[in-house]
Write a protein that binds this ligand. Structure first.
Ligand code: ADP
Length: 256
């Protein structure tokens, strides 16, 4: 609570009263905390790969006798860490773009065609893990006046996660349905699942259930935060159903 007293004085400078302005600033303080936590997290997330890149470059510079095999191993690490840095920067910029509500690219989007572009991008990821990757649309002529990039991003992030967090030989299924009010997008996998107590946190920026694992498989920790913010900007909502070691389903509703 912020208290601002103002003293009222007469022409002889004698206090004749006061006005006290009491303001509940809980929300402002919370928003400020989220912002400063985010900056701290961004700094940490960007510094980690940079430190590793610098370290390996220094080692390579200072040791002429490193054998070619070790050298190549170090170069591969530098390469992987730079890619990670690029993915982080791309995701941070995208999140900030969505948050600033620059959603002005409305067009008539055919949901099936938008999905198909993502399917072609993700098909090989699933095939490499022998994951059965299928889809079903209640009809192929569902149109939405919306931002096509946003719709593709929702599909991409949810499907990418479903494939990432599903072991080999599992399955990923995409279902798209519509009624007169909403479009429903469901991405369901037979993966590792999310512990119940973690579900409320997975949409937070940089939150990961298993940090080491997520980092190893290339996650930035921003994928779901991006999805959530897109869904909010489209006035929709998102639900999660998950069972540990059985699978997860993300369901997005977007009003027509
Ligand atoms: P990341 O880049 O780490 O995947 P996300 O924001 O996309 O970040 O997801 C946050 C966390 O939620 C992940 O680290 C993972 O622990 C969990 N998660 C997301 N999708 C799934 C899924 N389909 N199955 C199991 N866990 C998931």
């Amino acid at each position: 609570i912020k208290v601002d007293p103002i003293l009222l004085k007469n022409s002889e400078n004698v206090i004749i009263g006061s006005i006290i302005n009491i303001e509940d600033v809980t929300e402002t303080v919370m928003a400020e905390k989220i912002r400063s936590d985010f900056v701290a997290n961004v700094t940490h997330e960007l510094k980690t790969p940079l430190t590793s890149i610098n370290g390996f470059i220094e080692t390579l510079k200072n040791n002429n006798e490193i054998d070619i095999e070790t050298r190549n191993k170090f170069l591969d690490i530098i390469n992987a860490e730079s890619n990670r840095l690029r993915r982080l920067i791309d995701d941070i910029l995208l999140l900030s773009f969505i948050e600033n509500n620059r959603n002005d690219k409305y067009e008539e989007v055919n949901l099936f065609l938008a999905f198909k572009e993502v399917f072609d991008l993700t098909f090989n990821l699933a095939r490499n893990k022998n994951i059965e990757y299928t889809y079903s649309f209640s009809n192929k002529d569902i149109y939405l006046n919306t931002n096509k990039d946003y719709i593709k991003q929702i599909f991409l992030n949810l499907i990418d996660n479903a494939i990432k967090y599903t072991p080999e030989n599992g399955s990923v299924r995409v279902l798209v349905d519509d009624d007169n009010k909403n479009i429903k997008i469901s991405v369901k996998d037979t993966g590792i699942g999310i512990p119940n107590e973690e579900i409320s946190r997975i949409f937070e920026r940089f939150y990961r259930v298993d940090k080491a694992r997520s980092r190893k498989i290339g996650g930035t920790g921003l994928g779901l935060a991006i999805v959530k913010h897109i869904v909010i900007s489209l006035n929709g909502n998102i639900e999660v159903k998950s069972k540990l070691n059985e699978g997860t389903e993300f369901i997005v509703f977007i009003p027509k």
